[in-house]
Design a protein. Structure first.
Length: 190
């Protein structure tokens, strides 16, 4: 129960979040005792996808971005899925919520296409990251040093490439959430 007493926000986008990248990290932090809040652009439920094209399950949304503040959480998980990540990065309220975690020096875990949201939040300058290979140029253009590795940890920021990396991603996310705030986490926040 390493995360007992910690509150973790997990994002989900309607019709586009990659199901295993939502389910497995959520289960990993819950198994360690964290209190999880699922946050989205709209209330109700969100349907996930598998491999971006196949339908996944449907999951309850606990709160919308308008109902929460980064102040309420100890860490943030952003699952991938190209459509889901694109929907999140297109929403100013979601991007502002993500940016606040960096300003407050709190750990963030983003997998697959999720680092797109970090580029939009302008928090990648000087950061070492990985992601799904198709967005590496976008991340480099946002100032990141992109590498092709299973999991990358940079001062409280955990990134991974795809669902095959979930075991390593979840382990590092739990580790960073246990450590708490990282002073250098806010170095690139706008």
């Amino acid at each position: 129960m390493k995360l007992q007493g910690k509150k973790i926000a997990v994002l989900i986008a309607p019709r586009g979040t990659e199901e295993p990248e939502f389910v497995q990290p959520r289960q990993a932090v819950e198994a360690e005792g964290a209190e999880v809040t699922v946050i989205s652009l709209e209330s109700g439920t969100a349907k996930t996808v598998n491999s971006d094209l196949d339908p996944g399950g449907e999951y309850k949304i606990d709160k919308t971005f308008d109902e929460v503040s980064a102040d309420d959480f100890n860490g943030l998980i952003i699952p991938g899925g190209s459509v889901g990540a694109d929907r999140l990065r297109a929403d100013e309220t979601a991007v502002a919520f993500i940016r606040k975690f960096f300003e407050q020096k709190k750990p963030v875990a983003a997998i697959c296409h999720a680092p797109w949201t970090l580029a939009e939040a302008d928090v990648l300058n000087g950061r070492k990251v990985t992601s799904f290979h198709s967005i590496k140029t976008d991340l480099r253009n946002a100032g990141a040093e992109w590498v092709d590795e299973e999991v990358v940890v940079d001062e409280g920021l955990v990134t991974s490439r795809n669902p095959n990396d979930l075991d390593a991603f979840c382990a590092k996310a739990v580790e960073e959430f246990c450590e708490g705030k990282h002073d250098a986490q806010s170095r690139s926040a706008a």
